[in-house]
Design a protein around this ligand. Structure first.
Ligand code: SAM
Length: 321
């Protein structure tokens, strides 16, 4: 039996989730009790999904590829020892990245192409930078930025392990970096703002999030998220796209941030509809007495009980002028 301490969700958090989910709140509570699914992303820079599948099956791991159009996404059905996924030879060789399925969705929405100029504003530990690198087939340029030196080291080691050769790693506050890039005249095809957030969507795999959860932090993060997203939009090419994502359900960190940039940039931007291979619910238009632009409905709320994943929020913003 595990002796690890667990923390219950705080009453205000539960109250907010109940308000968000209504009748579905009980299903949400149920899924939180369920063991998270083990998933990996095949690193196509190093190995084809069909070859990795054979190698992993030969180890005795039962593998499912849940999405026909994305064979790189794999679920491990066998029960594994704690840490086993990160200790295999295939992992060491960079053949796969251990990544929760919901966390793979922002890059599917971003859809970067070989040859493009892409900025990853908050990149560590590198799940999405390595996924972007694979989609770009190591052609074009990724600027992968991270503010924390400790996390930057993990980002560097993951990009190296996965054989991402077209990433330049920078250590800066995302807002200052975008300002500097703007002064230098850089304009990007695609930008990912996978923002620092309150992490409500990760409670299933990281119970300590319950302990850290705090409404004041949500307000502070919302301010940072707004400035990161505004700064990113300013260095987008005309026709370029920013994906904004968080692993939280808090509307202050999601729809409120989108509504803020819609007010800042007016008709120069639009929130695009995105199609993702799992069930998404539309962004909400009202929260705690505030109402948001109708366009925020084009964003995606991903709840754990809908797909047996973590919770996420994904939105795509296009620069029109
Ligand atoms: N995109 C990453 C991935 O998929 O592996 C996860 C990013 S995590 C949600 C957010 C990251 O933003 C953290 O590593 C955090 O250190 C970093 N961060 C926090 N404040 C930042 C800032 N002002 N500028 C840039 N990065 C920041």
């Amino acid at each position: 039996m595990s002796s690890r301490k667990t923390y219950p969700p705080k009453p205000l958090f539960l109250e907010r989730m109940k308000k968000l989910l209504g009748k579905d709140f009980d299903n949400y509570l149920k899924i939180l009790e369920k063991q998270p699914v083990n998933s990996i992303r095949c690193n196509t820079l190093k190995i084809k999904p069909e070859e990795l599948l054979i190698r992993l099956e030969n180890k005795g791991w039962g593998i499912i590829q849940p999405f026909k159009n994305f064979p790189e996404i794999m679920i491990i059905k066998s029960s594994l020892q704690p840490g086993e996924l990160g200790r295999s030879l295939e992992h060491l060789l960079g053949y796969y990245y251990v990544q929760e399925i919901a966390s793979m969705l922002p890059v599917l929405a971003l859809n970067p192409k070989p040859g493009e100029l892409v900025l990853d504003v908050a990149a560590a530990p590198g799940s999405k930078t390595t996924q972007i690198g694979a989609k770009m087939e190591n052609r074009g340029t990724i600027i992968a930025n991270e503010v924390s030196i400790g996390r930057l080291k993990i980002l560097a080691s993951n990009t190296e392990r996965c054989g991402v050769l077209n990433a330049i790693i920078t250590k800066k506050d995302g807002v200052s970096l975008c300002k500097k890039l703007k002064e230098q005249g850089f304009l990007f095809d695609r930008i990912l703002v996978d923002a620092p957030c309150s992490g409500e969507g990760t409670i299933r795999s990281s119970n300590v999030t319950n302990l850290m959860w705090n409404p004041k932090t949500i307000i502070q993060l919302s301010k940072l998220q707004k400035s990161l997203l505004v700064s990113a939009i300013e260095i987008l090419k005309q026709g370029g796209e920013v994906v904004y994502s968080t692993c939280t359900h808090a509307p202050e960190e999601n729809e409120e941030v989108l509504d803020f940039v819609l007010n800042e940039f007016g008709k120069n931007i639009s929130i695009e509809r995105i199609s993702l291979p799992i069930k998404c619910r539309p962004g909400i238009k009202e929260w705690n007495g505030n109402s948001y632009s109708k366009e925020v409905e084009n964003s995606c709320r991903i709840y754990p009980q809908d797909n047996d994943t973590e919770g996420f929020f994904v939105a795509k913003i296009r620069r029109i002028k």
